[in-house]
Design a protein around this ligand. Structure first.
Ligand code: GDP
Ligand code: GDP
Length: 435
C-alpha cells in the first residue's frame, strides 16, 4: 500500500513520454509474454527491487481545449487526495506558465508530497534553466529529460525514498482480502450491501487499516473474508464518481490491498473498454480475479445465453481465458454464495505451492517430448523447474540459454501447468533463468 505515484501537469510538458520511459522496459516484456495491449496511462515500475504504480493523469483528460484548464484543476485535486506522491511536471523550454503557477499554488497548500520535475532538460544549458522553477515555491527541482533519460535515475531514487513501503496491512494470513471493483453503476455497492447485510456479520471491525483503505473481516454465508473498502464504495463521493481518473485511482488502491478482486460487470453492457482496463490493472498487480456478471436478472435468457456470454468475455480476455465468470444479481441476492465459493477457490489457487520433485516429474517428460525450438542454431536445454517463494505463483525454469526461449514456449508451459494444477483466476508467471 501507499505507493501510487501520479504525474500531473499541463498538456505537452512530456508526461506521457516520462510514463513510457519508466514503464516501457519491464512492461514491454510482460506484455509480449502475455499478449495484452499496453495500458498507456497505468503501469507498474520496478526500481532497485521496489514496485510502485505510476499514473499518467493526462491520459484521463477528456474534452476540448476550452474545458482543459478546468479539467486539469479537477484532476490535480483528485490526485492530491488519492495519490501517495505527485510528480508535478513543468517544461524548461517554455518556462513557468500562468497555469503552472496556478497549479503550484494549489500544491503548495496541500499536504501531499510533491516532486517538481523540470522536463526537457536535454543538455547542460537546459538543465541550468531549470533553476527558474525554484520560484514556484515547491522546493527542490528535478531536471530530467524524458527523451534521453538523463536525470531519471535520480528522480527514481527520490521517488522510492519518498514512498512508504512499510505501510502494509497486517492481517490474518489464511483469510483472503477481497475487493469489489468496477466502473460506476455496475452494482458494486449493491453487491457489498447484499453480501454483508446489516453489518451483522462483522467479525472484527478493523483488521488492518491504512490511510485510504479499510479492511473489515466478515463471515459471509459461512466464509471468512476480509473486504477491502476504499473508504466510500458504499458512501459515494457524488462529485467525483463519474470521473474516470477518480474511479481508476480508487480501483488501484483496492487492487493493491487485495488478494482476490471481484470485477463487477453490468450484464446489460457486457465487457467494455473500461472493464478491460481494470482487468489489466489486476493483471499488472498479479492479483487473483473473478468476474461477476451482475444484473443478470435484466437479461432475456434462452438455453445458451450464459455460455455465449461467457465465451464473449473470454474472447475479449484472451489469452487470459482461465478466469472464472459468475452470473448473478446483487439486487436479488442470486448466486452470491457461488461467488464466494469461487473467490475462496481462487485464493487457494493463489497460495498453492507445488513441490520441486513433483513439478519436475510432471515437466521433464513433457519437455523431452516437446523441447523448446532451437534458435539461431542453438539448442536450449531446460534442466529443472521450481516454484519461487513469491506471493503469486511463479515458476523458474533453469536452462542454458534463457534469452533464446520464445514467448510461445512459455505460454505452452503455462497452459500445461494450468491443465494439470488448478490456477484458475491467477496470473501465473514463468521465468527462464540461467543455471
Ligand atoms: P504530455 O501531453 O504532457 O503527455 O506530453 P508528451 O509526452 O505527449 O510530450 C509532448 C511533446 O514534448 C512531444 O513532442 C515530446 O516528444 C516532447 N518531449 C517530451 N519529453 C521531452 C524531453 O525530455 N525533451 C524534449 N526535447 N522533448 C520532449
Ligand atoms: P455502483 O456505482 O457500482 O456501486 O452501483 P450501485 O450498486 O449503486 O447500482 C447502480 C444501479 O444498479 C442501482 O440503481 C441498483 O439498484 C442497480 N442494480 C444493482 N445491482 C442490480 C441487479 O442485480 N439487478 C438490477 N436489475 N439492478 C441492479
Amino acid at each position: 500500500m501507499g505507493n501510487v505515484v501520479a504525474i500531473i501537469g499541463r498538456p505537452n510538458v512530456g508526461k506521457s513520454t516520462l510514463f513510457n520511459r519508466l514503464t516501457e522496459t519491464r512492461q514491454a516484456i510482460v506484455d509480449e509474454m502475455s499478449g495484452v495491449t499496453r495500458d498507456r496511462h497505468y503501469g507498474k515500475v520496478n526500481w532497485i527491487g521496489k514496485d510502485f504504480s505510476l499514473i499518467d493523469t493526462g491520459g484521463y483528460i477528456q474534452g476540448s481545449d476550452d474545458v482543459f484548464e478546468e479539467e486539469i484543476r479537477k484532476q490535480v485535486k483528485i490526485a492530491i487526495n488519492e495519490a501517495d506522491l505527485l510528480l508535478f511536471m513543468v517544461d524548461v523550454k517554455e518556462g513557468a506558465t500562468p497555469l503552472d503557477e496556478e497549479v503550484a499554488n494549489i500544491l503548495r497548500r496541500c499536504k501531499k508530497e510533491v516532486l517538481l520535475v523540470a522536463n526537457k532538460a536535454d543538455n547542460g544549458a537546459r538543465s541550468a534553466q531549470a533553476g527558474e522553477f525554484y520560484s514556484l515555491g515547491l522546493g527542490e527541482v528535478y531536471p530530467i529529460s524524458s527523451v534521453n533519460g538523463s536525470g531519471t535515475g535520480e528522480l527514481l531514487d527520490k521517488i522510492i525514498e519518498s514512498l512508504n513501503f512499510d505501510d502494509v496491512v497486517e492481517v490474518d494470513e489464511d483469510v483472503p482480502k477481497v475487493s469489489i471493483i468496477g466502473k460506476p453503476n455496475v452494482g458494486k455497492s449493491s453487491l457489498i450491501n447484499s453480501l454483508i447485510g446489516e453489518d451483522r456479520n462483522i467479525v472484527t471491525s478493523i483488521a488492518g487499516t491504512t490511510r485510504d483503505t479499510l479492511h473489515v473481516r466478515y463471515k459471509l454465508f459461512g466464509n471468512d473474508v476480509i473486504l477491502v473498502d476504499t473508504a466510500g464504495i458504499r458512501k459515494k463521493a457524488k462529485v467525483n464518481e463519474d470521473i474516470e481518473f477518480y474511479s481508476v485511482m480508487r480501483s488501484i488502491k483496492a487492487i493493491e490491498g487485495s488478494d482476490v478482486c471481484i470485477i463487477v460487470v453490468d450484464a446489460t453492457l457486457g465487457m467494455e473498454a473500461q472493464d478491460m482496463s481494470i482487468f489489466g490493472m489486476i493483471e499488472k498487480n498479479k492479483k487473483g480475479v473473478v468476474i461477476f456478471v451482475n444484473k443478470w436478472d435484466l437479461v432475456e435468457k434462452s438455453t445458451n445465453t450464459m455460455k455465449e456470454f461467457e465465451e464473449l468475455i473470454k474472447e475479449r480476455l484472451a489469452p487470459f481465458t482461465d478466469v472464472p465468470v459468475v452470473f448473478g444479481s446483487a439486487l436479488n441476492k442470486q448466486r452470491l454464495i457461488k461467488l464466494l465459493e469461487v473467490v475462496k477457490q481462487v485464493y487457494e489457487n493463489k497460495t498453492k505451492k507445488i513441490g520441486t520433485s513433483e513439478l519436475n516429474n510432471f515437466f521433464q517428460p513433457l519437455m523431452e517430448a516437446y523441447p523448446p525450438p532451437s534458435q539461431k542454431g542453438k539448442y536450449i536445454q531446460i534442466k529443472y523447474v521450481t516454484q519461487l517463494p513469491t506471493k503469486t505463483p511463479s515458476f523458474a525454469f533453469f536452462c542454458n540459454l534463457p534469452q533464446y526461449v520464445q514467448a510461445s514456449y512459455a505460454r505452452f508451459l503455462e497452459n500445461k501447468l494450468r491443465e494439470k494444477y488448478d490456477f484458475t483466476g491467477i496470473p501465473v508467471q514463468i521465468f527462464f533463468r540461467k543455471k
